[in-house]
Write a protein that binds this ligand. Structure first.
Ligand code: GLU
Length: 415
């Protein structure tokens, strides 16, 4: 994994927005530093009878607009600076989606692929216990992120509810449907990416029919994005996972590839495809590129070689600030992460509303509301970018920072 520090990237993006907005220096400092950072030790009884201690974090960046909100990541490369960056991006993302939340994020340094289900459950519950004092339905609401799924969300909901002595579905989103999850939450991030691509294609005059698409990453966001891109008539020519990618210029059969991956635990070796690396995928000759994996994938090194005209960031932080400048000069349309992948947290918000009201919506209601909100957010960002004559990243940051600043100024500082 890359050595570029994602928190430094997040700070650089904030600095650029602060300059454009001529932001008050006190408010700028307020936005640079997370409100609260919690580091926890998580002792877990492993299957071999020994205790192993994991390190976990919960970072609460800003809650001027509402409770902290953001996912929990399980990955061996998790660092505190990464979680700080991800929490900061959540503040901006919720402001752009215009949902009443601030930003937070959590993570545990672990490799869930090398743990049994029982070990993952014990680690998850102990983590929930360790952060239980600073989360809550009106305080901080976690959700899934890299290598966490509805299963882990149910364990966190159950542990928190047991500790508080009352069922609290609103403490976490991304739950399985039987315990208060929402229709449409699973596909929400991918669906939101697809709506952004549809809107972005209109702006950059790309015909979606038969447009060539490459997708880096085949987790929740990448998989659903691939399905929706196929439904929209594009030609998904390449998909990768952490072990490498596959390419078929005639177009991959996404459904078959999903089944193949479920069986073989990798896309590599998919019949009739050419094997390529993750690096090669990013530089493919295609119309639309969807980075749906990790931070810092598009850097100043490979940005000059990117051929796609439209880049929609399903991952958080895949493009460095230097790469952004290069892509802007090359006239690429980058739909930034805090807009492109905001469908996930938007449907998390719908899930939370349903939990608090105990009144559940059908699938169409969720998706129609998501579509309206994504299109509005896309146009708000596009308009801001045009107004300031900047790229959509800077446009999205200007919009987000000004919305959060308004909330801070309205609330004032107390005590
Ligand atoms: N982890 C997702 C994100 O980065 C979802 C967060 C949420 O639903 O709270 O946006």
């Amino acid at each position: 994994m890359s050595t570029i520090n994602p928190y430094e990237n997040a700070l650089k993006q904030l600095q650029d927005a602060a300059k454009l907005l001529k932001l008050d220096t006190g408010v700028y400092d307020f936005l640079r530093i997370p409100k609260r950072i919690l580091t926890v030790s998580i002792p877990v009884k492993m299957d071999n009878g020994r205790i192993k201690v994991f390190v976990g974090y919960r970072v609460q960046h800003n809650d001027a607009r509402g409770p902290f909100k953001g996912g929990t990541r399980y990955h061996p490369a998790v660092t505190l600076d990464e979680v700080k960056a991800l929490a900061t991006w959540m503040t901006w993302k919720c402001a752009i989606a215009d949902i009443p939340y601030g930003g937070g994020k959590g993570g545990i340094i672990c490799d869930p692929h090398k743990m049994s289900v029982g070990e993952i459950e014990r680690m998850t519950r102990r983590y929930a216990y360790a952060i239980s004092d600073i989360i809550g339905p009106y305080v901080d609401i976690p959700a899934p992120d890299v290598y966490t799924t509805p299963r882990e969300m149910a364990w966190i909901m159950d542990t928190y509810s047991a500790l508080k002595g009352q069922i609290s579905p609103g403490v976490i989103t991304g739950k399985p449907i039987p315990v208060g999850g929402s229709e449409g939450r699973g596909e929400a991030t991918g669906k939101g990416v697809a709506f952004c691509i549809r809107e972005g294609a209109k702006k950059s005059r790309i015909k979606l029919k038969n447009a060539d698409v490459a997708i880096q990453g085949f987790g929740n966001a990448g998989t659903f994005a691939a399905q929706f891109m196929e439904e929209m008539g594009t030609n998904v020519i390449s998909i990768s996972d952490s072990k490498g990618g596959v390419l078929d210029k005639k177009g991959l059969d996404v459904e078959k590839l999903i089944k193949y991956k479920a069986k073989n635990r990798k896309v590599g070796g998919f019949p009739n495809s050419k094997q390529i690396s993750n690096e090669e995928l990013l530089e493919l000759d295609c119309d639309i590129l969807i980075p749906a994996a990790y931070e810092n994938q598009i850097t100043k090194k490979n940005a000059p070689n990117i051929k796609a005209k439209l880049i929609a960031e399903a991952a958080n932080g895949p493009t460095t600030p230097e790469a952004d400048e290069i892509l802007f000069r090359k006239d690429k349309l980058v739909v930034p992460d805090i807009l492109a992948n905001s469908g996930g947290v938007t449907v998390s918000y719908y899930e939370w509303l349903q939990n608090l009201s105990r009144d559940y919506w059908d699938h169409n209601t969720v998706i129609n509301r998501l579509e309206k909100n994504m299109v509005r957010a896309f146009n708000d960002v596009y308009k801001t970018a045009m107004e300031y004559k900047v790229d959509m990243r800077k446009g999205s940051m200007v919009l987000a920072v000004s919305r959060v600043t308004q909330a801070i100024n309205n609330r004032g500082i107390w005590p």
